[in-house]
Ligand binder design. Structure first.
Ligand code: ARG
Length: 459
């Protein structure tokens, strides 16, 4: 059979043009969605009396058969048939005869492909919410096991104030929580039906778009036919949500890489998530977080790529828009890979509590608390800051930490010091003193874990 659109042409398509313009190599991924959309469309054509019921049944049977054959890998798609839509239609016609040619009544590939993309992303968003929740659970699990683990908290990658390791992990639970919200919000717009827009202007057939929407579970239908076929905002929204998720994963990745270095030794990733070196026998490399960090770049690239494809594009459909697919599929695969690995990697990560504690003991991250102590005695904060700054300098010059100083040494800097400072300076006290909502005090973190668990249960 020749081209489905061959009527107007007197010459064969150039072989290179055929290959250049085809999308079947990648859009075959939309096969299930394409058939799902066609089934709803043809049901509607029957209900509206646009096609006789007998034809509708034949087409439906043919579509189901085609789906089974595709699933079994029996159909060889052809570049000559350009894309998944035409490949499926051609297979259908070969199977059931000319009546298959009635399927495309009142429809264009422009509203068809947009519908397929909506159906495809709708499924993916649900899967990603689930994967993110699994990662949240893994982080919460580690947080619960580390409610007594104190670790230096950093700003500028310099030790700042001690915090619970659980508090640090729970920061990521919040970040992935926002990612879930972003995906759920984008779902509203993904869940809008373009079908019925025709090529751009609607169709002369008395179709029922609401019925199709209902069949496919779409909450809304596009208001404007031009917009319906030229909108790719929903893909951009997905790519930007995906970019932010990857950015979050890359920050966690970077911390895992740092923490597992010999310099930190805060954590050890399970052997199952690391690889060795072909030359250095001692090496255990954190390849998974490194690669996630690296792959963040390609997801950003896909977002910028599609934004640029769509920039200045006149309404309505343009062939440029076929470029919306590869980046989206690659983003889905990249994100799936990263999220699937992260949950078990976090779950099995060993936390070196002693080493973290040692790091806390050997730093000045309790300096703010001793300044606060002087403030409690009536000294203005700015003056207390200065006094403690000098005390810390003295410590550095004498190779000591604050807890090593005698009371007499403290008193050189202020007469307000008394022996209560030794308990004020204990890391547990320092942590528990930050007893504000969202702070690192043990009770606050335990509450935060409780709230996060409750939220996970509710969804
Ligand atoms: N393969 C095309 C795409 O992905 C399908 C829509 C083609 N429509 C058209 N009028 N050429 O965008």
């Amino acid at each position: 059979m020749s081209k489905l659109w061959g009527g107007r042409f007197t010459k064969k398509t150039d072989q290179l043009v055929e290959e250049y313009t085809a999308s079947i190599m990648f859009d075959k991924e939309l096969a299930e969605e394409d058939i799902q959309g066609s089934l709803a469309h043809v049901s509607m054509l029957g209900k509206q009396g646009i096609l006789p019921q007998e034809d509708v049944e034949k087409i439906k049977e043919g579509l189901h058969r085609t789906l089974q054959r595709i699933r079994r890998g029996e159909i060889e798609f052809s570049v000559a048939d350009e894309d998944i839509h035409m490949n499926i239609e051609k297979t259908l016609i070969e199977d059931i005869g000319p009546v298959g040619g009635k399927l495309h009544t009142g429809r264009s590939r422009n509203d068809q492909v947009a519908t397929d993309m909506h159906l495809y992303l709708r499924k993916r968003v649900v899967e990603f919410v689930d994967l993110l929740q699994k990662l949240q659970s893994a982080l919460i699990g580690q947080a619960k096991r580390n409610l007594d683990t104190i670790v230096p908290g950093y700003t500028h990658l310099q030790r700042a104030q001690p915090i619970l390791f659980a508090h640090h992990l729970m920061a990521y639970v919040s970040m992935f929580g926002r990612d879930i919200e972003r995906l759920q919000d984008s779902y509203k717009r993904i869940n809008t039906l373009p079908l019925g827009a025709g090529a751009l202007a609607g169709t002369t057939f008395p179709i029922d778009r609401h019925y199709v929407a209902q069949q496919l579970g779409f909450e809304r239908i596009y208001e404007n036919s031009l917009d319906a076929v030229s909108d790719r905002d929903f893909i951009l929204e997905f790519l930007s949500a995906a970019s932010i998720i990857m950015m979050h994963l890359s920050r966690l990745s970077e911390e895992l890489v740092l923490w597992s270095s010999t310099e930190f030794r805060f954590i050890e990733l399970d052997d199952a998530f690391c690889t060795g070196s072909s030359i250095m026998p001692q090496k255990k490399n954190p390849d998974v977080p490194e690669l996630v960090r690296g792959k963040t770049g390609r997801v950003y690239g896909h977002l910028m790529g599609l934004l640029t494809v769509l920039k200045s594009l006149p309404l309505a459909y343009n062939k440029d828009m076929q470029e919306d697919k590869e980046g989206m599929f690659d983003t889905v695969r990249t994100l799936q890979g990263a999220l699937q690995l992260f949950a078990p990697m976090i779950e099995t990560m060993k936390v070196n509590k002693e080493r973290m504690r040692q790091a806390v003991n050997q730093d000045f991250s309790n300096a703010t608390d001793i300044a606060d102590f002087l403030v409690g005695k009536g000294m203005p904060f700015r003056q207390a800051h200065e006094v403690i700054g000098k005390t810390v300098l003295y410590c550095i010059q004498h190779n000591k930490y604050l807890l090593d100083l005698t009371l007499d040494e403290f008193k050189q800097f202020s007469e307000l010091f008394d022996d209560r400072i030794y308990s004020v300076l204990q890391p547990e006290r320092v942590v528990d003193a930050r007893n504000v909502y969202g702070g690192t005090a043990r009770t606050q973190v335990a509450d935060a874990i409780g709230r996060a668990e409750k939220e996970l249960e509710q969804t």
